[in-house]
Design a protein around this ligand. Structure first.
Ligand SMILES: *[C@@H]1O[C@H](CO)[C@@H](O)[C@H](O)[C@H]1NC(C)=O
Ligand SMILES: *[C@@H]1O[C@H](CO)[C@@H](O)[C@H](O)[C@H]1NC(C)=O
Ligand SMILES: *[C@@H]1O[C@H](CO)[C@@H](O)[C@H](O)[C@H]1NC(C)=O
Ligand SMILES: *[C@@H]1O[C@H](CO)[C@@H](O)[C@H](O)[C@H]1NC(C)=O
Length: 387
């Protein structure tokens, strides 16, 4: 289930026009959640209908099948270049700086795009800047969660990467190159990078793209470019050892007791405010959501009363629970809940817990100090991401 979720998230199309940023991320997640549910449900439906020889009755559906990995139906990993792929030219066209934004997953996608953009432009990539402040109040950045040496080393035949723009010496004086700030169009085509952006880069020596999320088209008619994005996502981007160790130990502990399911409910303030889902909340909660919406998202007229009916709202924890129970998972199923503050708190958690009393989170799995230190901010999200 988790695996399916991860995979779908990486490939889910961005949603929510314009704006990008937080908004884009939430749209993306909303779609991802829906896609995951649809995929899971259709997977169940297919596996029951394929099992026609068996009784066909829903209640006879084998849970063992649900726990197994889904068939890849012929899909296989595709990361290594398959045609002539020269190393980056020794002569650089300049430095590319980007500031990623959005949630952990959206920023990861942005890093993949930044590497590709640098490759396209024959530019030197400056280690991407992460935006952690909006959610995690954490500024540990790229170095705080990713293995930088591994990142640079695994992409050495693809792009040149530096930690920061070096100073240049000219006429005996050291000078800083100032990156000129540009705002790429949403889902910009490759041609934007080889024209507008390249001209500025050559003129100033460095450009700074911000905000940088959904700033390069997802569909590019060049398999090698797509493979490069896969190399970044699946090979070059590796969380730091402490994060990997910790998530592995959480997974080991959970597995030691049998199957478990990992869920990110996403019933969180930013998501609900963005989606305009206010109807099920009391007036005080509605006020909080409306205020958050006003402060964080571009104004847009929404008919709040309709949002749920037209499927724009995240499922409530209870709805998620009911779907899982209908799929055949009974009340002894263990569920690991990924971080994220449930909006509305216990009132919404209670019905979920009634359906699935065996809930875990990182503090319940391992209430040690090591965990407490590593589950703050970005690294906490990274640990849950891996779990
Ligand atoms: C980048 O370098 C390659 C190989 O040297 C060259 O074919 C390509 O035209 C260059 N592209 C840009 C945008 O400079
Ligand atoms: C829940 O399902 C599992 C696996 O099918 C089964 O072993 C277990 O007995 C069930 N528990 C309850 C309380 O129904
Ligand atoms: C789980 O459901 C069974 C009935 O299917 C019930 O007897 C049992 O008390 C429930 N367990 C918990 C922990 O709620
Ligand atoms: C984790 O679960 C425990 C016990 O169920 C709960 O008290 C705690 O608030 C949860 N922690 C988080 C971060 O959700």
């Amino acid at each position: 289930m988790r695996r399916l979720g991860l995979h779908q998230r990486q490939h889910a199309k961005p949603a929510g026009g314009g704006g990008g940023g937080v908004k884009g991320m939430i749209g993306r997640l909303l779609i991802a959640v829906v896609v995951v549910l649809i995929c899971t449900i259709s997977f169940i439906v297919t596996s029951t209908s394929n099992g026609g020889a068996r009784s066909g009755s829903r209640s006879k559906m084998s849970l063992d099948e649900l726990w197994r990995s889904a068939d890849s139906v012929g899909w296989r990993p595709s990361s290594a270049p398959r045609s002539d792929w020269p190393p980056p030219p020794s002569e650089t066209n300049g430095y590319l700086r980007v500031r990623c934004n959005g949630g952990l997953n959206q920023q990861r996608t942005a890093i993949c795009n930044a590497v590709l953009a640098a490759r396209i432009m024959n530019a030197t990539l400056v280690l991407p800047e992460l935006d952690a402040n909006s959610f995690w109040h954490d500024d540990s950045g790229f170095r705080g969660i990713y293995d930088v040496e591994h990142f640079m080393k695994s992409l050495r035949y693809d792009v040149k990467i530096v930690e920061k723009i070096p100073e240049i010496r000219k006429n005996g004086k050291t000078k800083k190159i100032k990156a000129v700030q540009l705002r790429p169009p949403r889902d910009a085509p490759i041609s934007w990078y080889t024209t507008d952006a390249l001209v500025k880069m050559k003129e100033h020596g460095a450009i700074y793209l911000t905000p940088f999320s959904h700033r390069l088209a997802e569909e590019i008619d060049n398999p090698e470019y797509q493979r490069l994005r896969c190399r970044v996502n699946y090979h070059a981007l590796r969380f730091k050892t402490n994060i990997m160790k910790l998530s592995q130990s959480i997974v080991d502990k959970l597995r030691a007791q049998g199957h478990f399911m990992s869920i990110h409910l996403r019933f969180e303030m930013d998501m609900l405010a963005f989606a305009g889902c206010f109807d099920i909340f009391n007036s005080k909660e509605q006020e909080i959501l409306k205020k958050y919406r006003k402060e964080n998202f571009a104004p847009k007229k929404l008919v709040y009363k309709e949002r749920r009916a037209i499927g724009k709202c995240p499922l409530t924890p209870e709805e998620v629970g009911l779907i899982l129970r209908a799929m055949g998972f009974n009340n002894s199923t263990r569920i690991y809940l990924a971080a994220g503050d449930l909006f509305g708190g216990e009132r919404f958690m209670k019905p979920f817990r009634a359906l699935f009393p065996h809930l875990e989170n990182h503090s319940s799995v391992d209430p040690s100090d090591e965990l407490a230190e590593n589950t703050q901010g970005l690294s906490g999200s990274a640990v849950d991401y891996m779990t």
